[in-house]
Design a protein around this ligand. Structure first.
Ligand code: SF4
Ligand code: SF4
Ligand code: SF4
Length: 257
C-alpha cells in the first residue's frame, strides 16, 4: 500500500514552526515510515506536486499568495494550518492597524514600491482549512499527535477552553496577583500554561477560544486593579486579526441596531 504523501509550504513566517517539525520528526522517526514527504523546503530539495496532506506555515500577506494557496487546496485532500501565523495571521497581523504604505516604507525604505503587500490574513481567510495546530511555535508533541490523528482518518482536536483552566490545574499563582495582565482567560489551552508556569503572562499565541468572554476578562482585570487597555495592547501581538474581526462584527451589529 502506498504511503500518504505529505507536503509542507510556507508563506510569510519565520519558519520556526517548520523547524519544530524537523525537530519533532528526529525523535519520532517511526512517522517517517508511515508517510512520504514529497516537498519540504526546510529539509529537502525535491518539490513533488503530488500530495494528499498539506501543512501550511505562515500568513497570506500578498495578493500573489492567494493563487498559490488555492492551488495547494485544490491538490490536497487535507490542509492543516501550522502555527499562529497560518492559523491566526499571527504576528504578521500587527501591521494591520497601520497604514500599509507607511509599513512598507519603514521596512523597505526607497525600495518600498518593489514589494506588494496587503493586510496579513490567516490561511482560512483564503481557503477552507481542515485543521489547525496553534502556537508560536507549534508544540512538537501536539504536531506529532495531529499527524497520527490525520493518518488514522480523524481531524486533530485541539482544546477549546481557556488557558486559565490548565494554569489552575497546575497550581500556578495567577500573575494578576502580581500586578501583571495575562490573556489566559480568552486564550486556547493546550500549551500546559507554560508562560504563567514560569511566572510570565500569556500573550495569546494559541489564539482565542471560539467564544472568548472579553467582558468577563475586563471585570476580572478590574477586580485586580488592572487595566483592560493594557491587556488589549497585549492582544496586538498574536490576536490582532481576530480582534479586528470581532470589533468589526460589533460595529456592524451596532450599525444595524
Ligand atoms: S507561528 Fe511563530 S514560530 Fe511559527 S512561523 Fe509564525 S512566527 Fe514563526
Ligand atoms: S496566570 Fe493567566 S492563565 Fe494563569 S490563571 Fe492567571 S490569568 Fe489565567
Ligand atoms: S502561555 Fe500563552 S503565550 Fe505562552 S505558549 Fe501558551 S498560549 Fe502561548
Amino acid at each position: 500500500m502506498s504511503k500518504p504523501k505529505v507536503a509542507f509550504f510556507e508563506f510569510t513566517s519565520c519558519e520556526g514552526c517548520q523547524l519544530t517539525v524537523v525537530d519533532s520528526l528526529q525523535t519520532n522517526v517511526e512517522l517517517l515510515d508511515a508517510i512520504e514527504i514529497v516537498q519540504f523546503r526546510e529539509a529537502m530539495s525535491e518539490k513533488g506536486q503530488d500530495y494528499q496532506i498539506a501543512f501550511i506555515e505562515g500568513s497570506c500577506t500578498r495578493p500573489s499568495d492567494e493563487a498559490v494557496i488555492k492551488r495547494i487546496r485544490e491538490q490536497a485532500d487535507i490542509v492543516v494550518a501550522l502555527g499562529s501565523c497560518a492559523d491566526l495571521g499571527g504576528i504578521n497581523a500587527i501591521r494591520n492597524y497601520q497604514d500599509l504604505d507607511d509599513v512598507r516604507h519603514y521596512v523597505y525604505g526607497d525600495k518600498a514600491d518593489w514589494y506588494e503587500t496587503y493586510p496579513a490574513r490567516p490561511i482560512s481567510a483564503v481557503v477552507p482549512v481542515d485543521a489547525a495546530i496553534p502556537g508560536c511555535p507549534i508544540d512538537r508533541n501536539e504536531f506529532i499527535a495531529a499527524v497520527k490523528e490525520v493518518l488514522q482518518g480523524r481531524m486533530p482536536q485541539i482544546p477549546d477552553y481557556p488557558l486559565c483552566i490548565e494554569c489552575k490545574l497546575k497550581g500556578n499563582v495567577c500573575v494578576y496577583l502580581r500586578g501583571k495582565t495575562c490573556l489566559g482567560p480568552i486564550t486556547r489551552a493546550g500549551c500546559d500554561a507554560i508562560c504563567p508556569t514560569y511566572g510570565d503572562s500569556c500573550e495569546g499565541c494559541r489564539g482565542m477560544v471560539s467564544s472568548p468572554n472579553l467582558e468577563y476578562m475586563r471585570i476580572v482585570l478590574e477586580e485586580h486593579g488592572l487595566d483592560f487597555e493594557e491587556a488589549r495592547a497585549k492582544m496586538t501581538m498574536f490576536l490582532n486579526y481576530q480582534m479586528m474581526e470581532l470589533e468589526q462584527e460589533a460595529a456592524n451589529d451596532n450599525a444595524k441596531a
